[in-house]
Ligand binder design. Structure first.
Ligand code: URP
Ligand code: ZN
Ligand code: ZN
Length: 468
């Protein structure tokens, strides 16, 4: 049959960051060719009556196959991208991390080797700058920004990653000159070190003390300092993984002053608390991540800030370490002191259902805010819009078909990551993406991965779009 479309997704309720309407989506050569009523026949038709067609998620903060000083990540680009796909995500933006002493370009090339022929999803890279030498600042970074690596993360903590204040200002200045976006991990390193020494010195070494060693004050102070740097360097920044009310207050304060401060939060700050690190035995290690989860009042503060559009991006911060694994949180069965537990939790596959259920079904955010936070705004901020992040003619046919009423109990055995647990085990959610299309290819259906591991393409990022 001669047809203008390879695939027709018929009768779907299409939702974007601004609109909601019933339509057919005609797909040709991996692109959305038409969105309208009665588009006619196609080589293949899927009747999506009763389902929501949402833009495939853009997970703009995830760590895959990233070499670590402590532990080894359980997911590479193959397992990580499959897991993301089964949770309705179609684009991932992990980090190419520079090691101190390493050239930035060598770090980027290394990550290409890790991703190529492994990712089933399209991917871009942020960089992590740990060694801003004159060569990096004047040659490598400007060159790489021009080549499509237009965002990078700086750390204010972790000995192997952190920059001092002057170095951060130098990096921000390059972003100002070249039009890039800097992501900031805002926690005060010296305060954490001081508190950690006091805790371990008095024998407080259990996982729960991870949260005690990183109270909100250390995040609040660093957030304020990062905002000040952004003001001095006259460049927007994005504060990643904001955990609670005190950092949120700083961001609201900055917005009140007219500063262009963007912010991200993650599922762990909505669904976990510090009490999850304080469980019998050593299992609290499973929820060790930084900043740590806080308490129910702070969860509410994060929900409120989501509903008030304080945040622009909702990411997983997937940092996958198995629990009972030689390279994991309990290596060879040995319990670690809290400050030696690899930081991070898995979440690529559960990110969207957790926000959909608690946020949209729970009545805290609109479905348009959901799309904006999880797809459209990250695509704009990181320079891959309009190819990614919405459903419109000319965009890649990256689409998730959601059953908004499906009730699912999250179980690790149903997930596709390579981690031996999920921190969200047993949580009931309503709504799940039951079909995910990447450039028009059906890659996940009803919790099963269907795609090919090798089909993902590297995407060069354009300049950030900072107004939504
Ligand atoms: O604990 C976390 N978040 N680990 C991942 C690395 C980071 O800082 O994002
Ligand atoms: Zn971080
Ligand atoms: Zn992270």
């Amino acid at each position: 049959m001669d047809s203008p479309y390879d695939l027709l997704i018929a009768n779907a309720e299409v939702v974007t960051a601004s609109d909601r309407f019933v339509a057919d989506i005609g797909i040709l050569d991996g692109k959305i060719q038409a969105v309208g009523r009665g588009l006619g026949a196609a080589r293949e038709t899927i009747d999506a009556r009763g389902l929501l067609a949402l833009p495939g998620g853009v997970d703009a903060h995830c760590h895959l196959d990233q070499p670590q000083q402590v532990g080894r990540m359980a997911d590479d680009f193959k397992s990580g991208s499959r897991s993301a796909a089964c949770g309705g995500t179609t684009t991932i933006i992990p980090f190419a991390a520079q090691m101190k002493g390493q050239s930035l370009r060598a770090a980027v090339e290394d990550y290409h080797r890790r991703a190529t022929d492994k990712s089933c999803l399209d991917y871009a890279f942020h960089m992590i700058i740990t060694d801003p030498t004159p060569e990096v600042l004047t040659q490598e970074l400007p060159g790489l920004i021009q080549e499509g690596y237009t965002s990078f993360k700086v750390y204010m903590t972790y000995d192997d990653l952190k920059l001092n204040d002057r170095q951060i200002l130098d990096v921000l200045d390059v972003a100002h000159q070249e039009g890039a976006l800097v992501m900031v991990h805002a926690e005060n390193s010296d305060c954490i070190g001081w508190l950690t020494d006091r805790l371990t010195g008095s024998g407080h070494t259990a996982p729960k003390y991870h949260a005690v060693s990183r109270p909100q004050a250390v995040e609040r102070e660093a957030t304020h300092r990062a905002i000040t740097f952004s003001e001095l360097a006259d460049v927007p920044i994005l504060i990643v993984h904001v955990s609670g009310s005190e950092a949120i207050e700083q961001i609201r304060w900055a917005h009140g002053r007219g500063l262009r401060i963007f912010a991200e939060t993650c599922p762990q700050y909505l669904y976990l608390t510090a009490a999850d690190l304080d469980v019998d035995g050593y299992e609290g290690a499973k929820c060790v991540c930084s900043p740590p989860p806080r308490d129910p009042a702070n969860q509410e503060a994060v929900w409120r800030a989501l509903s008030h559009n304080v945040f622009s991006v909702f990411s997983s911060d997937h940092a996958p370490y198995s629990y009972d694994d030689p390279d994991g949180k309990k290596p060879n069965g040995h319990e670690q002191h809290f400050h030696h537990i690899p930081n991070g939790i898995p979440g690529l596959e559960t990110r969207l259902p957790l926000l959909f259920s608690g946020g949209v079904v729970g009545g805290r955010i609109s479905i348009h805010q959901f799309v904006a936070l999880t797809a459209t705004q990250p695509a704009k901020l990181y320079g891959i819009y309009p190819r990614k992040g919405s459903i419109m003619v000319g965009a890649d046919a990256d689409i998730a078909l959601w059953d908004p009423t499906l009730q699912v109990t999250i179980r690790n055995q149903r997930l596709h990551h390579n981690v031996d647990y999920t921190p969200y085990e047993g949580i009931d959610v309503t709504g799940w993406p039951i079909m995910t299309f990447s450039r028009g290819r059906l890659i996940s259906k009803s919790f099963d991965f269907l795609g090919q591991a090798v089909a993902g393409q590297f995407i060069r990022c354009g300049k950030p779009i900072l107004s939504f």
